[in-house]
Ligand binder design. Structure first.
Ligand code: ADP
Ligand code: MG
Length: 240
């Protein structure tokens, strides 16, 4: 299976008083399936904006965001709102910094909801059963076997982040986009989350873009980019 994400001179500006603020300045990056490209850089440098653009939540001013899969190559920057929403649902897994779980749903329900989004009429019973067993498998895969029926308030920060990651995998995403997954966790739990992400990415083959402040984990990533004032640079590999 061929999967790759390539951005080609992506520029994004925001309105800023009378002028425009350049959040992304001709950004080029490349990441292939089963690997992780980390994006690091100071606060306000444009990292989250980059993730929003590649996950189709914001359309850039110019440039292309090419997602290549076995079914062809799509320019995510050229999609209309409805097409973008459809691609997000079927191809992209998004893990935000905060888990954003629904407090009234159990862990397994948080995942099941992903398969029901945007479906009218409702899924037939057989598919609902399939969805449930997939949700259970994913929770097991992220180490939450004993927590399927728990509500967010009954889970620790690290466990909530695991639910968050499992939920992003429900649609077998070609592209996985992860923003600061360890920022709310202590060092040990942060390292465990990075272990988990590395293993799911290797297993499932998603092209993964991971934003992190945490330089402790950078040496484990396949590629490291650094963002400064909206400009992205490939960091040379440090050989130890
Ligand atoms: P990072 O994730 O690296 O902290 P962001 O992508 O959040 O950086 O922000 C990059 C720059 O764009 C910052 O100067 C920020 O204030 C600005 N910015 C982010 N989102 C918006 C927005 N929706 N409207 C206007 N400016 C924004
Ligand atoms: Mg950010």
């Amino acid at each position: 299976m061929t999967i790759a994400l390539t951005t080609d001179n992506v520029t994004l500006t925001y309105p800023d008083g009378a002028g425009r603020l350049t959040a992304l300045d001709r950004v080029n990056l490349h990441v292939t399936g089963g690997t992780i490209a980390a994006v690091t850089g100071p606060s306000g440098s444009g990292k989250s904006s980059l993730l929003a653009v590649v996950s189709t939540l914001i359309r850039p001013d110019s440039g292309r965001v090419l997602l290549e899969t076995d079914s062809g190559t799509v320019d995510l920057a050229g999609l209309g709102r409805r097409e973008a929403a459809a691609v997000r649902r079927s191809r992209i897994g998004i893990v935000f910094q905060q888990a954003n779980l629904v407090s009234a749903l159990t862990a397994v329900e948080q995942l099941e909801v992903m398969s029901h989004l945007g479906r009218r009429p409702r899924l037939p019973t057989a598919n609902r059963r399939e969805t449930r067993s997939k949700a259970r498998e994913l929770l097991d895969a992220v180490g939450l076997t004993d927590h399927h029926a728990k509500y967010p308030a009954q889970l620790s920060g690290g466990e909530r982040q695991r639910v968050n990651i499992a939920r992003a995998l429900m649609n077998d995403p070609a592209l996985l986009v992860i923003d600061e997954p360890t920022s709310a966790l202590d060092t040990e739990r942060g390292a465990a989350i990075i272990d988990l992400i590395l293993s799911v990415v290797r297993d499932r083959g998603s092209a993964t873009l991971l934003v992190t402040h945490d330089s402790a984990h950078l040496h484990r990533m396949d590629t490291v980019y650094r963002m400064v004032d909206g400009a992205l640079e490939l960091q040379p590999r440090v050989v130890v």
